[in-house]
Design a protein around this ligand. Sequence first.
Ligand code: CA
Length: 237
Amino acid sequence: MSKARRILIVEDEVMISDALRAYLENAGFEVFAAFDGEAGLSMFEELSPDLIVLDLMLPKISGERLCQEIRRASRVPVVMLTAKSAEGDKIAGFSMGADDYVTKPFSPRELLARIQSILRRCGDGISPLYSRMSWNDGDLEVNFETREIKRRGAPVNLTPNEFKILSSLVKYPQKIFTREELISIALGDDFDGFDRTIDSHIKNLRGKIEDDTANPRYIITVRGVGYRFEAASGRSE
Ligand code: CA
């Protein structure tokens, strides 16, 4: 059985948030609510949600700023929720990295349909916001549409599990993944191998994408915890 998808609602109007939470929970999602931008940011970092519903007009950190902060760290889908309905605001929302935009007053049913369609598009959890990402001036390149990996322009063959692990790490570049999380996210909850199975996948993956596997540049070991992806030199298109 797969885990319920997590949705984070960042909305300061409690009545809207509560109604939305009930509606989404009823549709089978695991729902978390933050009531200002600051709480939204820390819950985003803590929970690694599968999708964020984000109000624009928020106390402490505005929805615009929050969306930009989130985009610096993650490709997680963002649906903006706002009373602003001018065309210019919509365009600004998309340029900040939102995946979709719903204007208030909205029907929860319409929002749910949009959420489901975005999550379907994302398939295994990878947002199609960028179709290609590369690091260190093209040293490593991941194409999420074709599922191709290249090193200095030359194709690299990854197994499906290796691709899932790499794309999960890339999706949340600042997050430290525990082995259990990588198993659950990349290999699925019904996987019955040992935690250390992840280590051997990581070892093989490093052999394919790192110059020096003893001194990795991309997949960094966080001692006693797990792994993270070093994305400082990243570009997306
Ligand atoms: Ca608001």
